[in-house]
Design a protein around this ligand. Structure first.
Ligand SMILES: CC(C)C[C@H](CS(C)(=N)=N)C(=O)N[C@H]1Cc2cn(c3ccccc23)CCCCCCNC1=O
Ligand SMILES: [Ca+2]
Ligand SMILES: [Zn+2]
Ligand SMILES: [Zn+2]
Length: 170
């Protein structure tokens, strides 16, 4: 695993998120459920909870967008870069953007698996950089893999706990 230089992290135990827009590829409810699951995969390992808000500004603002979408990182059409997310901090910090020119899927083996990509992006939103361990969620490239047995690897867990400590639900 690797942390982002000077290890930006969230200092509050409750981090808010808001889903600002959706993809036409999946039902809204499914997007809501996958976002919650991707966030829970990380929060299970650390003393930090995610709270969904429906309006106003959240720490993690989630958007589907294509091409130029108001930050200095325009998307590139189908394929290539699938999504990006900003390290913890104010404003854009923590925000996660998904390229609307991808075909976002859930559980099928076509298109881009949204759970896998979202879990990767939220790793960045929490302060993780890329891992050199093939198969790690934080590996730089998207691997199809079997959606059935998708989970954080030891490397991902080590990295996030290095940054936030272990969750000790006694
Ligand atoms: C891990 C993701 C969820 C998020 C990362 C982006 S980020 C910022 N969040 N780390 C991502 O999109 N990685 C590219 C990396 C990449 C692979 N190639 C590329 C060709 C051009 C541009 C980028 C790539 C080769 C061709 C395959 C293109 C489709 C798959 N794309 C990727 O794996
Ligand atoms: Ca793209
Ligand atoms: Zn963006
Ligand atoms: Zn990445």
């Amino acid at each position: 695993y690797s942390l982002i230089p000077n290890s930006p992290k969230w200092y509050s135990r409750a981090v808010t998120y808001r889903i600002m827009s959706y993809t036409p590829d999946l039902p809204k409810l499914v997007v809501d459920q996958i976002v919650a699951k991707a966030l829970r995969m990380w929060s299970e390992q650390i003393p930090l909870n995610f709270i969904r808000v429906r309006w106003g500004t959240a720490d993690i603002m989630i958007d589907f967008a294509s091409r130029d979408h108001g930050d200095n990182y325009p998307f590139d059409g189908p394929g290539n870069t699938l999504a990006h997310a900003f390290p913890p901090g104010p404003g854009l910090g923590g925000d996660a953007h998904f390229d609307n020119d991808e075909y976002w899927t859930d559980g099928t083996n076509t298109g881009v698996n949204f759970l896998r990509a979202a879990t990767h992006e939220f790793g960045h939103s929490l302060g993780l950089d890329h891992s050199s361990v093939p198969g790690a969620v934080m590996y730089p490239t998207y691997e199809k893999g079997n959606p059935k047995d998708f989970r954080l690897t030891e490397d991902d867990i080590e990295g996030i706990q290095k940054l936030y400590g272990k969750r000790n639900d006694s």
